[in-house]
Write a protein that binds this ligand. Sequence first.
Ligand code: UD1
Ligand code: CA
Length: 449
Amino acid sequence: MATALIILAAGQGTRMNSDRPKVLHEVAGAPLLVHAMIAGASVTPERTIVVTGHGADAVSAAARAHDETVEIAHQAEQRGTGHAVAEALPLLDGFEGRVIVLFGDTPFIRPGTLGAMLAASADVVVLGFEAADPARYGRLVTHGGQLYGIVEWKDANEDQRSITLCNSGVIAAEAALLRRLVAGLDDRNAAGELYLTDIVAAARAAGLTAEVVTCSEAETLGVNTRADLAAAERIFQARKRAEMMEDGVTLTAPETVFFAFDTVVGRETVIGPNVFFGPGVTVESEAEILPFCHLEGCHISRGARVGPFARLRPGAELAEDVHVGNFVEIKNAILDEGVKVGHLSYLGDAHVGARANIGAGTITCNYDGVMKHRTEIGERAFIGSDTMLVAPVRVGARAMTGSGSVITEDVPDDAVAIGRARQVLKPGLSAKLFEKLKVIKASKRKETE
Ligand code: UD1
Ligand code: CA
C-alpha cells in the first residue's frame, strides 16, 4: 500500500527564544526538519507534505532544498496538530493509502519503528514510549493491549497523569479514515485547539481499532529548547559513532569525533581524535584522518592520509594515496593520485596532477580582490617551498619552481622557473652590523633614562 507523509512544522517554538523557526535549528549540520524528512523517507513515501506556518518561506525553502518533490501546505494560524493535518489533507485528495503524521521537531524516529507502525493492523496506530519523566506529554490510555484514547496533560486528571506511557506524536491511519476523523475534531479542550490525538477516541467510538507501537524515548526526543537541541546533537553523535564502528571504521577517541548527518566513511578507515565533519563528506576505505582535522564538502579516496590539523573545504577532491599534512587548507581543488602537500599550504581553485609534490608554504593566490582564478599543476611537478602561484597560472608536467618563487607566468612542461631576487653576499659585514646595532641600542637606553 502506498504511503504519504505529513510533517508538521508550523509551530513557532517559543521556548527556543530564537528569531529562527524552530525546525530550522540544526543538528549535525542539517535542520531538524531535514532529519525528520530523512527518517520519513525510510518508508519510501509516494508523497511528502510539510505543513508550514511560522517562517513559512524559510521552512519551505529548507524542505525543498533537501527534496524538491516535497509539497507544502500552509497553516496560517496554528490551531493545533489536528488543524495542521486538516490543512494538509486537501493536497492528498484522491490519495488512497496510509498516512503517517510526523513532527518536524522530532528528528530521530528510526526506520524500523515506522516500519513496525505500517505493519500494525489497527485502524489507527500511535507511536508511544515509556517516559522516564512523562512531564507534559500526552498520556496513552490503554487496556489489554488496546489503545482507548490520548489525554493531553492539560486535560488529564491525577490518575491519567500517573500514566508513564506517552504519545510521541507520530500517528498512522489510512487516508480516507484520517479525513473522516479529522473532519470530526473540535476544540473543546483546555488548549482550545484541534488535537490530532482526539482521533483515537473518535475511532474507538466508531467501533474501529487503535493500537500503540512503542519505541525508546531517545527516538521520540522532541526539541523545544536549546538544551534539547544540544541533547539531540549528543544523541545523534552517539548513534553515528556507534554505527561507524559497527561498519568497520576505527575511531580512536569516538567521543571527540563529530559527524554530519550525511557523513559516509568506508571500512578500515582510521579517524584520530578531535576530527570534525561538516556536511557533504565522503571518505573511502583504508584512509587515515589524523587528529584535529576539519572536513566539509570533500571527498577523500582510498589510502589517502589527511592531517593532523588539515582543513578540507567544499570541493576538495583527494584521489587515492594523496597525503595532506599539517596546516594545509584545500578548497575547490582536485588532487590526483599520490599528490603530496605536506605542510602549511593553501590550494584553492586548483588541479594538481598525479604525484606532484607541493613544497611547504606553497600558496595559490587565487583571488585578485574581485575574481577567483584557477591554478593548474601538471603531474610529477615539484613546487619549491614557499612558492606563490599567482592565478590564473599553469605549471607544466614535471616542471619545478624554485623555493620562494612568485610565479606569475605559465611554466612549460619539464622547465624550471625561478621567480625571486638573486642572493647578494657581503663578506665580513655581519660583525660590523652587530656593532652598529649595539651602539643604537645603547643610545636609545640613554634617551629613556
Ligand atoms: C503533542 C501531542 C502530545 C505529545 C507531544 C509529543 C497533540 C495535541 N499533542 O503535544 O500528545 O505527547 O506532541 O511531543 O498532538 N504544529 C503545527 N501546527 C499547529 C500545532 C502544532 O504544525 O497548529 C506542529 C509543531 O510545529 C510541532 C508539532 O506540531 O512540530 C507538535 O506541536 P506541539 O505544540 O509541540 O505539541 P505538544 O503540545 O508538544
Ligand atoms: Ca512539543
